[in-house]
Structure formats: C-alpha cells, structure tokens
Design a protein around this ligand. Structure first.
Ligand code: F6P
Length: 553
C-alpha cells in the first residue's frame, strides 16, 4: 500500500470554515445566491444529485475538493480499478466492478498468487447463470417430482442476503416476479418455520448463498432446508432442488450440491459488494435476466462516470465529500436515507451493511487510531412511512440528521396522482428541514386562528422548527434495473471515497469476528447440564437464567 498523505492541513481548513459564525445558515446561502441550486447540483444521465440544501458554500466546496486531491483520491481510485490490493488487512483486491464489466474489459485482480483476468472470469460465470435462469424459466430444469420451480429460496445472510433481497423488491414489486423469491437469513428457527409454511417443496429451488460457505447461520438454515425437502420428497430429491453461490467450492461439494448448479466467484468480491456476482442469481430468477443485466449495465455506467468525471461533477465523490463535511466538520454523526419509493424499502437495510460494515472503523491503515470520526449511524425507511415515525426527531431533535432523499419521477403504476402526492411529500420534507418555522411565524399563525395569548405562549415554542437542517436529493426518471445498478454503484463508490479520506480499510470487517467466536463458546453452554464456561458475571447469570426459564438447569 502506498503511504497515506498527511491531511492535517486540509482537515484544519475545513474546521476553520465550519467555525465561521454563519457556517450552518443554509437559508442565508440560498438568499445570497439565486443560482445556488444549480451550482450545488451535479448530474449523470437522468440522475440529478442536488446537494444545495447543505451548509456548503463555494469556499467549502473548494476546500473539500482540495481534501480529495490531497488525499490522492486519483491514485486510490486508479489502484482500485487496476485490481491492486486495496484491502491490505486481508491481502485482497476489491474488484466487484469486474462483475458488471464486459468480458473484454480486461480488468485484472492482482491476487496473492498471481494476476487474474477478472472481467473474463466474471463474464464466463455470468453466462452459466444466464443459461441456468433460462432453463429454470423454460421449465427445462425441474424439481424431483417433475414439477416446474415456482419459488426460489435464497439462504444467506449479510451480503449474501441484503443485496439480492433489496434488488428483488426493487425490480419485482411493481409488476410481480417471474418466480417468487423468498429469503432466509436469520438463524432464528421462527424465520424458517414461517417460510416453510408458505412454500411447496416440490416447486422450490433452494440456493445456499455464502461467500465462505462456513457462516453458522447459513449452514444451519441450509441443513434445515435440506431436511425439510428430504422429509417431503425423499433424500434422492435433494440434488435437483439445491444450488450454491460461493467462493468455497470444496465446502459446496462436501455439502453435496451438484456442480452444474454451483456458481462461483472469487475472494476479490466482498460480501457487501456481491449482488453483481452469482449472489445476484435470485434477482435474475425473480425479476428476469434482462433487468438483472440492466442492473449490471447501470453499475458499469456509474463506474465509468466515477473513473472519468472531474471531482467537481463526480457524483460518488461529491456524495462522499458532503458526507465528510457533515460528519467531520459539522460533527453530525447520524445519517438518514429516505427513498420515496416502496420498491426501495430494503435499500436502507442494504446501505446499513454497505456503509457501516465498510467504514465503521476506528483504526487507520497505518495501525494508529483514526484522526477523524468515521461512519455515521445510518438508518432509514421508505417515505412517506418515515414521516409518521421518526421524522419528528429529524425535524426537531437536538441534533440535525443529514438526510438523503431518493425519488424517481415516473412511477411504474398507473396512478399518477398518487405519485405526485408521494413526490410532493419528498420535496416538502426537504424544504421543511431547510426552511423551518420561526417563533414569529408560529405565533402569527396561531393568532390568525383566534387562539388565546395564554395558549400561544404555552404551545408556540413547541411548534417552532429551527430549519437549516441538511439534506441531499437524488432524483432520476424511473426505477428500472439500470437505474438501480447506477444507484447501488454510486453508494459503493461513495463509501470507498470516504474510506480513503479517513485512511481506513473499507473492505475488511474484522469487527464482526469477536461475537462469532464468543457465540461458538456459548452455544454448548446453553445445552442442558453443560458447564456455563468462563464469562463475566452478567453473561454467566443470563446463561443460567436462560436455562432455568427453559427448565433445563
Ligand atoms: O458477518 C459478516 C459477514 O462476514 C459479511 O461481511 C458477509 O456478507 C456475511 O457475513 C455473510 O458471509 P458469507 O457470505 O460468507 O456467508
């Protein structure tokens, strides 16, 4: 890995700009510059990114772009796309872009053992997936009883679940699926019980999706599904109904999945970046190959935009810079994503892993504590639902919460009025966050309604909105596979850019390990009569209480 350039001066410049008395007065920025919305927006194709409702002025933007240049973003981006090891703590490249590139793109992933033709390999596996999808849809591949498959059950967790689950919703909710997709992630047996009730084993294709093929939850659920299928159709039926999506082909073979239903990828695909890989197979099965291919094309288009566009118009770079401004200069440590689109209802959950597993780090690449705060806590729900739950806090809570509003201009249904109402709400929320409502306005309004002075004095302060609360808006024509791919890749690159600015490894996830190891030690301790093991007092007490409550002391 190259040396990280010193960024103290760049961060200090941002802190100085943030300390100016009027630094957070976004309304004043609009009042001073009629061209502000245009100057603080950027577009790629039909996708507009409006970041004008942030406390960013011309000087701030220059300082943020300087930070990007001084952090050698150019160099990191080039090394990412060249397939160099950008994940040094795991010694891996991050070449998910090869999965959406053309076969002849010539992308390479420099692996510890040599150099690989990433885009060619990815395209070959894509062809195998395409053929499989065609055969399932055509009824050429059937279950053991001769019935066609009408359901795909994806068993996976984290990146082997969140991406495909989100994309299936996005691409099938409006028009219905080619085949039903179900997702089993949680090891909680209630999840499988609920799914098993709703599925017909004779018509169910089970895909075990696990990059490592060792994840406890997934392997536990895969065994449960196999037992369920064997109980219904007989042990010999299992092979026709099971497929696997993994990098660990040996473990897949040991599980007994037939090779023609195994789809592989390499360790240069991180779990949270794997929806483009065979992990996306349930998307292609549920939505159809064309929307899936369009999603890959949209991702590839965003890659080109990210690679070729100057930082000042580069959407992933700008999205990241606005993020670090809010987090590091203004000290806003939460982030809300509101897609005004029911089809994107799983998008915040997907982003939670992408952003927080990637950038939820406190150690810099050089092994020292990070110099800056890193990933904010991210949450979200679809609009307008969110307005009737947590938006109270976003409007009037003690700390501003930067919001990303996401909206398609054209719906995929035939009720234009409903879509206008939806869109009006998205715009109104962002406007309300910016504009706020002063004490004088509130009092005048209450007086006009004939309220008494006593009521006004008591209630008016509670009806005041400070305004000047930051938000971004991402607006595009319609949500199809292409637009979805573009949106996902936009956030992927945003996360990478932020990681480079914070000088952390965005592609590892060591923080998930400790809990896994400790669970491995506690599982046997929960069995009747087992020794509790050595734990802190609270954990030991809870283990004892758990067993008592189950009558298993
Ligand atoms: O626990 C976190 C994690 O390692 C994620 O990074 C990953 O997406 C998920 O588990 C599932 O891993 P696998 O695909 O190997 O089962």
């Amino acid at each position: 890995m190259p040396e990280h350039p010193p960024l103290e001066a760049a961060w200090t410049r941002l802190a100085t700009l943030a300390a100016r008395p009027a630094a957070r007065d976004i309304k004043a920025l609009f009042a001073a510059d009629p061209e502000r919305a245009r100057r603080f927006s950027a577009s790629f194709e039909d996708l507009t990114f409006d970041f004008s409702k942030n406390a960013i002025d011309g000087d701030t933007l220059v300082a943020l772009l300087d930070l990007a240049h001084e952090a050698d973003l150019d160099g990191f981006r080039a090394r990412l796309f060249a397939g160099e090891v950008v994940n040094p703590t795991e010694g891996r490249a991050a070449m998910h872009m090869a999965l959406r590139s053309a076969a002849d793109a010539g992308m390479r992933a420099a692996l510890p053992g040599g150099v690989d033709e990433a885009s060619r390999l990815a395209a070959a596996e894509r062809d195998k997936m395409h053929d499989f999808v065609r055969k399932v849809h055509a009824g050429e591949l059937r279950g053991a009883t001769g019935e066609t498959f009408d359901t795909v059950l994806n068993i996976g967790i984290g990146g082997s679940d969140l991406g495909p689950r989100m994309a299936v919703d996005a691409l099938t909710l409006a028009r219905g699926p080619r085949m039903e997709a179900r997702f089993l992630s949680n090891v909680d047996g209630h999840a499988f019980a609920a799914l098993a009730r709703a599925m017909n084993p004779a018509r169910t294709l089970v895909l075990v999706a696990s990059k490592t093929f060792t994840t406890l939850e997934t392997m536990t659920n895969a065994k449960a599904a196999r037992a369920w299928l064997a109980a219904a159709l007989g042990e010999e039926a299992v092979s026709a109904h099971f497929g696997a999506l993994s990098t660990n082909l040996k473990a897949v073979a040991d599980f007994g999945i037939r090779p023609d239903q195994v789809f592989g990828f390499r360790d240069w695909v991180g779990g949270r970046y794997s929806v483009w890989s065979p992990i996306g197979l349930p998307v292609a099965l549920a939505a159809g190959w064309e929307p899936f291919q369009a999603m890959l094309d949209g991702g590839a288009a965003m890659d080109r935009h990210f690679l070729q566009t100057p930082f000042a118009q580069n959407l992933p770079v700008l999205l990241a810079l606005v993020g670090v401004w809010n987090i590091n200069a203004l000290d806003l440590r939460t982030h809300c994503v509101l897609a005004y689109d029911e089809r994107l209802r799983r998008f915040p959950a997907y982003l939670q892993q992408l952003e927080m597993e990637s950038n939820g780090k406190s150690t810099a690449l050089d092994g020292n504590p990070v110099a800056q705060a890193t990933c904010p806590v991210l949450f979200g729900e679809p609009g307008t639902d969110a307005q009737h739950s947590f938006m109270q806090l976003v409007h009037q809570g003690t700390q501003p919460v930067p919001v990303d509003f996401i909206l398609a201009a054209e719906p995929d249904h035939d009720r234009p009025e409903a879509h206008r109402i939806l869109a009006a709400n998205a715009f109104a929320q962002a406007e309300a966050l910016l504009r706020g409502k002063s004490r004088q306005e509130v009092e005048a309004e209450m007086r006009a309604k004939g309220m008494s002075d006593a009521t006004i004095a008591g209630v008016a302060p509670h009806r005041v909105f400070s305004g000047n609360r930051p938000s971004n808006t991402l607006l595009f024509r319609r949500l199809d596979g292409y637009a979805l791919g573009r949106l996902i890749a936009l956030y992927e690159h945003k996360v990478a850019v932020e990681g480079w600015l914070w000088q952390i490894d965005s592609f590892d996830q060591w923080g998930v390990e400790l809990g896994k190891v400790l669970a491995g030690g506690i599982i046997p301790a929960l069995a009747p009569g087992a020794a509790a093991g050595v734990h802190d007092g609270s954990t030991a007490g809870l283990i004892r209480r758990f067993r008592t409550l189950r009558g298993e002391t």
